[in-house]
Design a protein around this ligand. Sequence first.
Ligand SMILES: [Zn+2]
Length: 134
Amino acid sequence: MTNSPVPAKDGPSSIAKTTRELPQPLFACSHCPACGFNNFPPSDVCPQCWSRNLQVKELSRTGVLYSFSSQLLEGEKHFVGYVDLPEGVRVFGRLTGNEPQQPSCGIPVRFSSVQPASGRPSFVFALPTGKQED
Ligand SMILES: [Zn+2]
């Protein structure tokens, strides 16, 4: 994995499309070299300085759980939440790995996968297991 910015596949006007419509969508933001702003979901225009010269930047695989909620899907309880990443972006996703225990705000979570869902990517983060990993 690299966190360094890379040019969009088909030029600066296709960043959103490039990251969204790959067979396996990228876990990435758009990065503006002019002002340094990272935007998620990736955009084709910088919302800070209106530059169209943006790059694709892969996001860090670990972040901090900002907020969460639970939902019932087909009778099973699932957690969803917002994760703050070091790039300064907040990503919504499903939380797995610790159910049915309650997550808590401020805990570290790890990016797990991105799944195409209804044409828009859906992100999954793993909650800490409480056991030593790696
Ligand atoms: Zn900018």
